[in-house]
Design a protein around this ligand. Structure first.
Ligand code: HEM
Length: 387
């Protein structure tokens, strides 16, 4: 609904009795003043809906016209809240939408569905890991520790990993606070302390995001060449990585098929969450989803490509939340296997040195390659006695 439409509505009502007409005009003025985003916009005669503007959004059961005072024009209110986008000549293009009805569906998704399904996903993942631990126990080094170690990751590799990991954990915790803090922390901290905490957490979230992007980039540069599929991956996957059998050690190079899948999930998810995060940090600047949907439509999808800037933000916030919850579930599994799930694994990222028998059991082909290199050109002690 825009000003010219309102004027047309006034004309239409000119045939009504005088008192009713005055009240209808007063109601429209109230709507125009209260609902227009800026007074500059209200004075602008250039506000008009574009050709093909959507006018059939379903009415929301929760928004109703104010009943008190009697003479509000319900018909007009319903039209107003159908989310028509007009064009405005001021820089703030989103002002062309007076009432954004899709916001109602988004609010329900954001405040109810996403936290609920996210809770099932997070809780379900933890439950599955606990079950796996109960059934399989800690994966031990089958042949016992060799007492000699081999260098698994260099200082630079570990720095890239921990930059990405620590920043991801901070982002995960501060992000989950946005989704669950009101229900989980506010009752414990009280309203005021929770408000201050959340303001600090949001600030931290914005800045730590750049450390995550740097860690992601470093890890990508250092590890991408080890993460292309090879013929051993199919065998590794067919044996489920030997996770369910104590004596099964399918061969793997530096990274096995499971680690490669994790690598690509983190890289693709990390880029996607970074882009949607940047568009949330700089609101209304980018039209990521219209462009992405247009690309997907080439493959036969039928996704909307004329999203308003407000809808763009709603898609960005929703997608950011979904990818974040998914990655947190994936990382739960990764942290499990890197700590309590597998004997000897943490050393790889702790000191960078792993026991030779651990390395032979989990990355046999990589050990052969590394020892082969030393045989050709000795580079100090790559394989060394454990201290
Ligand atoms: C407390 C948290 C974490 C621990 C204890 C941990 C531990 C480990 C360990 C031990 C490895 C080496 C595995 C091997 O030698 O084969 C590793 C590798 C890796 N980590 Fe983490 N990590 C953590 C958090 C993260 C996070 C948050 C991310 C990404 C957001 C991440 C991404 C990776 C990637 C891509 C690799 C290489 C592929 C792989 O080994 O799975 N890690 N991590």
């Amino acid at each position: 609904m825009n000003l010219s439409a309102m004027i047309a509505a006034c004309r239409e009502r000119a045939s009504k009795p005088l008192a009713q007409r005055v009240l209808a005009i007063a109601a429209m003025l109230v709507f125009a003043l209260v609902l227009s985003p800026s007074s500059a916009d209200a004075q602008n005669p250039n506000v008009r809906p574009p050709a093909g503007a959507v006018e059939n959004a379903p009415p929301s059961p929760t928004i109703t016209a104010p009943e008190k005072g009697g003479n509000y024009d319900i018909e007009l209110w319903e039209k107003l809240r159908q989310g028509v986008e007009g064009s405005v000549s001021i820089p703030d293009k989103k002002s062309g939408v007076l009432v954004q009805s899709q916001g109602e569906a988004w609010r329900v998704l954001r405040q109810t569905d996403l936290p609920e399904w996210g809770g099932y996903a997070l809780g379900g993942t933890l439950a599955l890991l606990a079950l796996f631990y109960l059934v399989r126990g800690r994966i031990r080094v089958e042949h016992g520790l060799a007492g000699r170690t081999i260098t698994r990751f260099t200082d630079a590799e570990r720095m890239g990993h921990w930059l990405m990991a620590v920043s991801f954990i901070i982002l995960g915790l501060t992000g989950l606070n946005v989704l669950y803090g009101r229900d989980v922390l506010m009752p414990v901290l009280g309203k005021e302390a929770f408000a201050s905490f959340s303001a600090g957490a949001k600030w931290l979230h914005n800045y730590v995001a750049f450390a995550f992007m740097a860690g992601l980039l470093l890890s990508f540069i250092m590890w991408v060449r080890h993460n292309f599929p090879n013929r051993h991956d199919a065998k590794w996957l067919l044996h489920a990585g030997g996770l369910f059998s104590k004596h099964d050690h399918p061969p793997a190079k530096k990274f096995n098929a499971g680690q490669k899948i994790l690598f690509w999930l983190i890289m693709l998810g990390g880029v996607s969450i970074s882009l949607s995060g940047i568009s949330l940090m700089l609101p209304f600047e980018f039209h990521l989803f219209s462009k992405t949907f247009a690309m997907l439509n080439v493959f036969g999808f039928n996704l909307p490509t004329n999203l308003t800037s407000v809808e763009e933000m709603q898609y960005a916030a929703t997608w950011h939340g979904i990818v974040a919850l998914f990655l947190v579930c994936v990382i739960f599994g990764h942290i499990y296997i890197g700590t309590i799930g597998m004997e000897g694994a943490f050393d790889a990222m702790g000191s960078g040195e792993v026991d030779l028998n651990w390395a032979k059991e989990h990355h046999g082909l990589w050990v052969e390659e590394e020892l082969g290199k030393d045989a050709i050109a000795p580079r100090g002690a790559r394989v060394q006695p454990a201290e």
